[in-house]
Design a protein around this ligand. Structure first.
Ligand code: FES
Ligand code: FE2
Length: 333
């Protein structure tokens, strides 16, 4: 069961440079492209004629042309051309989904289009902020998207899963303060004179740091880890801010799409550091996805699960998702 009335990250805006992009979201195949008006568009990836995936066809002047009999559909899914006849039947319509680009990301609305309010697109403005540098990349995970959210909200695993990048016994032990603001959950951990995790030591050149880390959740699948760090006791000295985004969008019940990126506000022109950060975040994400896939493949819903103190933020996020789902069911009733 998915929450439909919400914006989901479904790609990078630059993905559309390739033409037709096929991607399954919440068990529904979508084809995305840039329409004749230059705006992103998404249709159900199924020709209303004989159900051939539209993504198998081609883009013809901002319209999708089906690979089988050449029917064409515009950005709203309206059929504009049938090569074998002049009349266009009323039912010659492909389902269209609201699709918008913000901050270099594509967001699709999978529910009632009437309820699609662009103002509710999650704020990922750090990805295009002039005082930050970083980049997003895509990964696929064979897990329920909620396991990805759990993973980002629970940094206690870093010591065991990420020995070469973000390991930190101090972070594992830190007791979080949980802050809730509407549907946003924030788990704040404060570390003093912490031995720098290897990746931060390489990035900052400091063996020890004071660090505040916020693991943030925003429905439906948005997480971000905001870090502020500086030399121990030296907030006036070299300091840094880092934002690591993890955007999880359900593909099916047990698989998801992941977009991740790390944005920093220091050494903006250091290309070598950018390459290092990207490679290390990728390694970290591979490790996260690997451990989550192990949990997913062993998952038996008839077994109860144990919750630890560290799961508080994840449990709150689950509760918010369940409330949103209940509200949506009430709307449909
Ligand atoms: S199946 Fe698409 S035009 Fe016939
Ligand atoms: Fe991790």
């Amino acid at each position: 069961m998915f929450i439909r009335n919400a914006w989901y990250t479904v790609g990078l805006e630059s993905d559309l440079d390739a033409g037709l992009v096929a991607r399954t979201i919440m068990n529904e195949p979508l084809v995305m492209f840039r329409g004749a008006n230059g705006e992103p568009a998404a249709l159900l990836d199924r020709c209303p004629h004989r159900q051939v995936p539209l993504s198998q066809g081609c883009l013809h002047e901002g319209q999708v042309q089906c690979a089988y009999h050449g029917m064409r559909f515009d950005h709203q899914g309206r059929c504009t051309h049938i090569p074998s006849q002049v009349a266009i039947p009323q039912r010659a319509q492909a389902r269209a989904y609201p699709l918008l680009a913000r901050h270099g990301l594509l967001f699709a609305w999978m529910g009632d289009p009437e309820r699609a309010d662009p103002a509710s697109i999650p704020d990922h403005s750090v990805t295009t902020a002039a005082d930050h540098v970083g980049e997003m990349f895509y990964m696929h995970a064979k897990t329920d998207y909620r396991l990805g959210i759990d993973n980002f909200l629970d940094p206690s695993h870093v010591t065991f899963v990420h020995p070469n990048t973000v390991t930190s016994p101090a972070l594992t032990k830190a007791v979080p303060e949980i802050l809730r603001n509407g549907d946003e959950v924030r788990a704040r951990r404060v570390m003093r004179e912490e031995k720098s995790p290897p990746m931060l030591e390489r990035a900052m050149g400091l063996t020890h740091i004071d660090r505040v880390q916020d693991a943030i959740f925003m429905p439906v699948g948005n997480t971000r880890i905001d870090t502020r760090a500086h030399a121990p006791g030296r907030p006036d000295g070299m300091s840094m801010r880092l934002s690591t985004l993890g955007l999880f969008t359900p593909e099916t019940d047990t698989t998801c799409h992941v977009w991740a990126g790390l944005y920093r506000d220091f050494a903006l022109d250091n290309a070598q550091l950018s390459a290092m950060v990207r490679a290390e975040l990728k390694q970290t994400m591979v490790e996260d996805i690997s451990i989550c896939e192990k949990a997913q493949s062993a998952w038996d819903p008839s077994h109860s699960v144990l919750h630890l103190a560290v799961d508080q933020a994840s449990l709150m996020a689950r509760e918010i998702l369940e409330t949103l789902q209940r509200r949506e069911q009430q709307l449909q009733a």
